[in-house]
Design a protein around this ligand. Sequence first.
Ligand SMILES: NC(=O)c1ccc[n+]([C@@H]2O[C@H](COP(=O)([O-])OP(=O)(O)OC[C@H]3O[C@@H](n4cnc5c(N)ncnc54)[C@H](OP(=O)(O)O)[C@@H]3O)[C@@H](O)[C@H]2O)c1
Length: 247
Amino acid sequence: MRKFGLIGYPLSHSFSKKYFTNKFEKEEIADAQYELFPIQSIQELPKLLRDNPDLVGLNVTIPYKEQVIPFLHHIDPKAHAIGAVNTIRIEKGKLTGYNTDYFGFKDSLVKFIGANAFPEKALILGTGGASKAVKAALDDLNIHHKFVSREPVEGQLSYESIASSPNHVLTSLLIINTTPLGMSPNTDTLPKLPYEHLTPNHMLYDLVYNPLKTAFMQKGIEAKCWVKNGLEMLHGQAEKSWEIWNR
Ligand SMILES: NC(=O)c1ccc[n+]([C@@H]2O[C@H](COP(=O)([O-])OP(=O)(O)OC[C@H]3O[C@@H](n4cnc5c(N)ncnc54)[C@H](OP(=O)(O)O)[C@@H]3O)[C@@H](O)[C@H]2O)c1
């Protein structure tokens, strides 16, 4: 039996366990199982690996995506640049870390843009963990971007500056929400943007996937923009983990 699992804390609502358990059943993968490992400190990882010698792959979630890095033997260059790991491949006791949020987002964004003209400029709302994978994908796709933050540091924009200078929204045809605003149960919250400046040429990508249509996306729909939720990215990052574990 090949064992896979998720480390994080707490792990009450795990998408990954449901996703992989369904996948193993549906695709008749009989030699694999997926378990939750809600460890209270990352220091518990070495013992967890000793106690589970049949573990061949792990997903990593909050709060360990960065803390896990010193425990790895190798790190994929992209995950290193992003500074966060959400997938670990375990081979002969050696741990290699990857960031599959990056792949999940990039592939989904390219599909979303589809036959439209590639946007030259983008705004990334929020500066947390997921925003770093988004930034790496935009860098690779040569889409210039600015972060928007409640507490901007040098080079970042504040929500107030965006509200007072419509040019930011007018010229950034791609706007990506990487904040948790709009996520269930707070479904009526949304980033503070001058939505009146949106045009049918704008593309709004929301990393939030629950609900499937967020308040941010709804604003885009009202302005006839292209909109996308984070579900495809979520499935994409899980499938990329599976691919990495089966290489
Ligand atoms: N679809 C997927 O596959 C996928 C993958 C990863 C994450 N996500 C989703 O993406 C979201 C962010 O995840 P994360 O791990 O990056 O979270 P995070 O580390 O907590 O970061 C979120 C960022 O959003 C901003 N923010 C937080 N609360 C806010 C508020 N009340 N108002 C305005 N801005 C706020 C903050 O940036 P500032 O302090 O700079 O404003 C914060 O750093 C979550 O909803 C998560 O479920 C989806």
